[in-house]
Design a protein around this ligand. Structure first.
Ligand code: SF4
Ligand code: FE
Length: 504
């Protein structure tokens, strides 16, 4: 096991800028730090020796690398970096504890920027959302129980900030029979739980599903996935471990068209540089030392942690999905140019509709941030009602945006021949002749943009742009429950009665 509790100083780029000391890694240093991990990753029934160098997995690493590269770019410095409230140093915003509504809005703007630059899920947000949810929840738990979870978390957060780490925020348990509480499951491991309590820490067993970016993270914060009652005490647990801790095993989730990345054709994959990745992460009796525990049996705070993490991640989607939406709208407009129909009024109107829907997502992300409030611990929390409205829209609008993009692209998006046929001396000339669109556009460029749309709507990126839009940060019904709780219907009834002059 390679421990990351102390990173080699050579991998960290401590430079002085203005008044602040910065603890930022370059993109290359980040990639090297991931390469050094002793991860236990499986795909297609085989252990992957070096996930960082696997052609199916590398694009996902590149997306996280972009969060480091952009932080080094002076033009994005304001969005990509922040001053740590814990150390006063310049840190990557993905490790920031939000200090104001401006911080909350800058977070969404940063996510939109990264969506625009990668056209994919850049994965690092789950750690940022876990940071902020754990920060306030541990504070309140300590207030009630006199525990030291907040101090544990602050020390951990400082360590991650100083070393500019990527942290996976692991929430979703497999959940088994959805009608049963964690302790009532036939297999008790279907929710992650404490199986042993020792003097120096705890031992946990279970799994976390759909773990975005787990293989590209040096650290992992594990949280409960549902509200709990006292009988679920062993399941109300939150902690952090390095991703290569003994007992952790990750199984990569298949994505549509994933093996195209093994074929060596840049043209056929649509987005050859960037991607996202999810894994089923198994915890086989993993030891967690006391100083890395953030919740251990205080069941009433499990629901608080879930609600806050979900709220922050529902805000996040107002940024990242809008950024990827920008790429898809742009791709549809380029496809219209290639097809020679850009001037048609119905095409223009479809692009307007896509823009309207996409900006509506962003509006909600900004609105729930602007309406944020400080927590008892001092960091800023988004407006929960507006964040849930944001995510509810995300469960719908990307589907409509994708439908319109496919409408504009035309059926050739899913029937175009492969690059091998395009380059072949026998078939190539026919592909060149019969796939010709507008006079000034090459057939190769037309195929390139169609493949990008295919990638976003149906291929590997569709995990992040479509199905994740539906189920990520909680499925639609989870938001409807929150909207019903936060919507304050009695107050609205009072308003109506007052105007109608109805007396109780
Ligand atoms: Fe970030 Fe969006 Fe990916 Fe979630 S889905 S990790 S918010 S890019
Ligand atoms: Fe997500």
């Amino acid at each position: 096991m390679v421990s990351l509790y102390v990173l080699e100083s050579s991998t960290i780029n401590n430079v002085t800028k203005g008044e602040n000391i910065m603890a930022l890694m370059t993109g290359e240093e980040y990639v090297e730090s991931i390469r050094k991990l002793n991860l236990n990753v499986y795909m297609f029934g085989k252990k992957i020796a070096c996930p960082a160098d696997h052609p199916i997995l590398r694009p996902s690493l590149n997306s996280v690398k972009a969060t480091y590269d952009l932080a080094q770019d002076p033009q994005y410095e304001d969005l990509m970096t922040a001053t740590s409230s814990l150390t006063g140093k310049k840190i990557n915003r993905f490790l920031h504890i939000h200090q104001s509504t401006k911080d909350l809005m800058d977070k969404v703007k940063m996510q939109r920027l990264l969506g625009q630059q990668t056209g994919a899920c850049f994965q690092r947000c789950v750690g940022m959302d876990a940071f902020n949810a754990v920060f306030s929840t541990t504070f309140e738990t300590d207030q009630k129980y006199g525990s030291s979870y907040h101090k544990n978390f602050i020390e951990y957060a400082k360590y991650c900030q100083e070393n500019d780490l990527t942290v996976d925020g692991a929430m979703t348990d497999p959940k088994g029979d959805r009608g049963l509480a964690p302790h009532a499951q036939e297999d008790p491991d279907l929710y992650l739980r404490v199986v042993e309590r020792r003097e120096d820490g705890i031992v946990v067993r279970g799994a976390k599903a759909h773990q975005t970016g787990a293989i590209n993270s040096q650290e992992m914060i594990v949280m409960p996935t549902v509200s709990m009652k006292p009988e679920d005490k062993d399941y109300a647990v939150a902690f952090a471990v390095p991703t290569d801790t003994e007992g952790i095993l990750m199984i990569i989730g298949r994505q549509s068209c994933d093996t195209r990345k093994m074929e060596g054709s840049e043209l056929d994959v649509g987005n050859s540089e960037f991607g996202g990745v999810e894994a089923l992460v198994v915890f086989n009796d993993v030891f967690v030392p006391n100083e890395r525990i953030f919740l251990n049996g205080e069941t009433e705070y499990a629901g608080v942690l879930v609600e806050r993490f979900a709220g922050y991640h529902r805000q996040s989607y107002g940024g990242c999905k809008a950024g990827v939406g920008d790429v898809l709208i742009g791709a549809a407009a380029v496809a219209a140019d290639c097809n020679g129909c850009a001037k048609a009024s119905h095409i223009k109107d479809k692009l307007i509709e896509m823009t309207h829907l996409n900006e509506s997502l962003y509006c909600c992300g900004i609105a729930c941030s602007a309406e944020g409030k400080p927590t008892e611990a001092g960091n800023y929390m988004i407006d929960l009602l507006l964040a849930n409205v944001c995510k509810q829209n995300v469960t719908r609008f990307p589907y409509e945006i994708s439908r319109l993009a496919e409408d504009i692209a035309g059926g050739i998006m899913v029937t175009a021949p492969s690059e091998a046929d395009f380059r072949d001396p026998v078939t190539g000339p026919y592909v060149e002749k019969y796939l010709k669109g507008a006079k000034d556009v090459s057939v190769e460029d037309r195929i390139r943009i169609l493949r990008l749309i295919e990638n976003l709507c149906l291929g590997t990126a569709a995990v992040g742009y479509r199905t994740e839009s539906l189920h990520g940060a909680g499925s639609p019904q989870a938001q409807r429950i929150m909207i019903s709780r936060q919507g304050d219907l009695p107050k609205k009834k009072e308003m109506a009665k007052k105007i109608a002059k109805i007396k109780d």
